[in-house]
Design a protein around this ligand. Structure first.
Ligand SMILES: Cc1cc2nc3c(=O)[nH]c(=O)nc-3n(C[C@H](O)[C@H](O)[C@H](O)COP(=O)(O)OP(=O)(O)OC[C@H]3O[C@@H](n4cnc5c(N)ncnc54)[C@H](O)[C@@H]3O)c2cc1C
Length: 445
């Protein structure tokens, strides 16, 4: 998403800073930490500034009454960059794997029903009527997406409304807590389809086994939750990371390069700045030096989610469920950490998001009561609410049009989950690529 430098901003080679090559990274979530590890491996000088007293950003795990609770991601796929990182950090024997064949469900008509991942399952599924199944067969006759098409428009055109509302909408929208009716295919689904190796027909890809979960990289967490990963990453580069050190401003150096102003009036001269913080904060920092980019970042919408940890007196077998559109429920989905990750009695419910923003106006007790009441109704388990928390995720909706012509001054880079993929595998792949760009650039200065 980095555009060409604006002419006024591009320093000539002779006006590079007099300081040695030095990178300033803003934010020590998984993106900032991963970039730091890559730069360390390449011997590139850098510092990471983190506003809070804790590294990891949205990745946060705690032990509550002896049980592990995750407030952000519950697990990650082990793509090659994730596998390398786990190995480098010596965490291989701390991983907890999600069994590949665990069923995933969708709640429809008041009952949870199994999601089909292979052709025989698609024939048998009770998530679709016979009419809905017959409609799927038309998909290979439909064309690819057009530039202005939303994910909802595209999926309904290809598979029919029933398959969209009962299956594809909740599963895809659930990844972002978003509304597929507000997401353009070109910003989101297009890349997902590419990841599955789907070219023209999604149905054909499905029949060929592109969605077969045993062929996908396995999913894992860690004994102490996902936070164990970011804690280990932080230990690896601890000397580079300043905690409780919010970056308060970025100034341009006359001689080229930048100054990061951080807490307490301290300053650091850097050749390059990498912004990994959320869009709103990045916009504030860029305002004085790149007003157009700042205004664009300001337009990006985030979805607000409530995360409710429930302790259930039952042993359900599966990954969890998403809720079909049109169901009279406010829960969007529940991850069954109990069976997915062997987390005794833990079920994590997600509520709110783009399709129900009003939920976030309720207080924690009300949100907890909704989550536990609905879960009990649906599964028959009795539950106790352990924790209610709130978080945000980039919505990747229509507001991402603002990113299309974003350009940054030379030496300032965005490396974030609103600029490239949201998931942990995507974050790690992006930082590897960014480290290469910075390494190449350090060699030329
Ligand atoms: C609820 C939820 C569920 C998810 N589920 C999954 C999943 O199952 N699998 C998966 O792969 N991914 C999942 N994701 C996505 C993934 O976890 C995130 O995209 C990723 O962790 C974001 O990391 P980051 O470092 O880019 O940003 P962040 O984690 O947001 O980190 C940014 C950091 O910048 C710091 N900061 C802010 N302002 C300043 C400042 N002025 N100066 C210095 N520092 C500052 C913040 O304190 C923060 O630590 C989920 C995300 C959420 C929220």
């Amino acid at each position: 998403m980095e555009g060409p430098p604006t002419p006024a901003a591009a320093p000539s080679p002779s006006s590079r800073p007099q300081t040695a090559f030095m990178i300033g990274i803003v934010g020590a979530g998984i993106t900032g930490l991963s970039l730091s590890i890559h730069l360390e491996e390449r011997g590139i000088e850098h510092r990471v500034f983190e506003a809070s007293s804790r590294p990891g950003g949205v990745i946060r795990s705690v032990r509550h009454e002896g049980r592990v609770l995750d407030f952000g991601p519950q697990r990650t796929r082990v793509t090659p960059p994730v596998g390398r990182l786990v190995k480098v950090l010596g965490l291989s024997d701390r991983t907890v794997s999600v069994p590949v064949d665990l069923p995933l469900y969708v709640l429809r008509g008041g009952r949870i029903r199994r999601v089909p991942f292979e052709p025989a399952g698609l024939v048998r599924t009770d998530l679709l009527s016979w009419r809905g199944k017959a409609r799927l067969l038309l998909e290979p006759l439909t064309g690819g997406y057009d530039e202005e098409e939303t994910v909802e428009g595209f999926l309904v055109r290809k598979f029919g409304r029933e398959a969209y509302e009962n299956l594809m909408g909740p599963l895809f929208g659930g990844l972002y807590g978003s509304d597929p009716g507000q997401m353009f295919v070109r910003h989101s689904l297009a890349e997902t389809m590419e990841g599955f190796g789907v070219q023209r027909s999604i149905l054909w890809g499905f029949l060929r086994g592109s969605f077969n979960r045993s062929a996908a990289p396995p999913a894992i967490s860690f004994e102490d939750g996902m936070g164990e990963l970011t804690s280990a990453m932080h230990r690896r580069v601890e000397g580079r990371v300043a905690l409780e050190a919010p970056v308060e401003g970025i100034d341009r150096l006359e001689a080229g390069g930048w100054v990061l102003r951080h807490s307490g009036g301290d300053r650091l001269e850097v050749t390059d700045v990498v912004l990994t913080l959320p869009a709103e904060g990045a916009s504030r920092l860029l305002g004085p030096v790149a007003p157009d980019a700042a205004a664009r970042l300001d337009r990006l919408r985030y979805n607000r989610l409530a995360v409710v940890h429930l302790l259930g007196d039952c042993s359900l077998h599966g990954l969890g469920y998403q809720v079909a559109y049109g169901e009279p429920r406010r829960t969007r989905g529940v991850t069954w950490n109990a069976s997915a990750l062997g987390r005794d009695g833990i079920y994590t419910a997600f509520l709110g998001g783009a399709r129900d923003p009003a939920l976030l106006t309720l207080d924690d007790a009300e949100i907890g009561a909704i989550a536990s009441g609905e879960f009990e109704d649906i599964t028959g388990c009795s539950t106790r609410v352990l924790q209610v928390s709130r978080t945000r995720v980039p919505s990747w909706d229509r507001s991402w049009v603002a990113m299309e012509d974003l350009s940054l001054p030379a030496g300032i880079h965005l490396c974030s989950n609103y600029e490239s993929r949201v998931g942990i595998p995507g974050r790690l792949a992006r930082t590897e690529a960014m480290a290469e760009v910075l390494a190449a650039s350090s060699g030329t200065r």
